[in-house]
Design a protein. Structure first.
Length: 275
């Protein structure tokens, strides 16, 4: 009996739905007389709770599919935003390096200390710093006119000199290397600048006691007879001066004129000692 009542209830519910739907459809097709409007209102009252129930029942399912579609879209947008953020971060990091490169290239177009000496432009392709030597490798060699002994400069001053050369590459001994010696002078004194290794100041020897050397003075290559470098190339700026008691010379330290840790572009001077 309970089963029959259950089927009967479902049958009545289905019949009500079909009847209400039929009345509503007919009312929209009719001319809208009063009797039809009243039937339509009754049908709406019967059909509205049923429609609401179906909508509430299926809303979680609809929300699930909508959320699945939106999740994929949000995931794609987040990936694009992360990529854009990464690009902006890389640009912000590379901007200082690009600016430094531009400054180096621009400075090489105007070398007042080089005078009429021909130059060969080169890129630094490798740097070596060890307990034995401080060198850089350039992408120019004998095929472009590079020869051992030629000075190498940047827009700020002296870098070093070529100590090895193949047809396409060359090696430059930096002036901070412990085996590097450069004759230097300022307006009042003459001395010899000797490297003390990477990240160490350059020592200036043979400066007589009480010589008028001051912090901030710029020293350039002396260019004396037999010098390895032409005269007038900036070598460094005096960082400290001291006079030890009973010393035979002043203790002079200077910082290189060129930032040797950030070299990317240089000029090779087509000059040899005695030329």
């Amino acid at each position: 009996m309970a089963v029959r009542r259950q089927y009967r209830s479902r049958y009545v519910l289905l019949l009500l739905i079909l009847t209400a739907g039929t009345i509503i459809t007919l009312s929209y097709r009719s001319s809208g007389n009063r009797a039809t409007r009243e039937l339509r209102n009754i049908a709406n009252d019967v059909y509205r709770p049923i429609e609401t129930g179906f909508a509430d029942a299926f809303r979680p399912v609809a929300n699930f599919f909508k959320g699945a579609v939106d999740y994929g879209s949000l995931k794609s947008q987040n990936a694009k935003l992360r990529q854009q953020l990464g690009n902006l971060q890389r640009q912000s990091l590379s901007a200082p390096d690009q600016e430094r490169q531009l400054q180096q290239i621009t400075a090489l177009d105007n070398l007042p200390f080089a005078g009429s000496i021909p130059t060969i432009k080169a890129d630094v392709i490798d740097a070596t710093a060890s307990n034995f030597e401080v060198t850089v490798r350039l992408d120019r060699g004998t095929s472009t006119g590079v020869a051992v002994g030629m000075p190498v400069v940047s827009g700020s001053g002296l870098v070093g000199r070529v100590v090895q050369a193949s047809s396409r590459e060359s090696t430059v001994l930096l002036l901070t290397d412990a085996s590097s010696n450069v004759g230097v002078r300022d307006a009042n004194v003459v001395g010899v600048a000797s490297g003390q290794g990477q990240s160490h100041p350059i020592r200036v020897d043979y400066v007589a006691p009480s010589s008028p050397v001051h912090t901030g003075d710029v020293m350039v290559t002396s260019g004396l007879q037999g010098s390895l470098f032409p005269p007038g190339i900036p070598v460094g700026k005096v960082a400290s001066v001291s006079q030890p008691r009973d010393a035979l010379q002043e203790t002079v330290q200077m910082q290189p004129a060129v930032d040797l840790t950030g070299l990317q572009f240089v000029d090779i001077l087509k000059w040899s000692p005695g030329s």
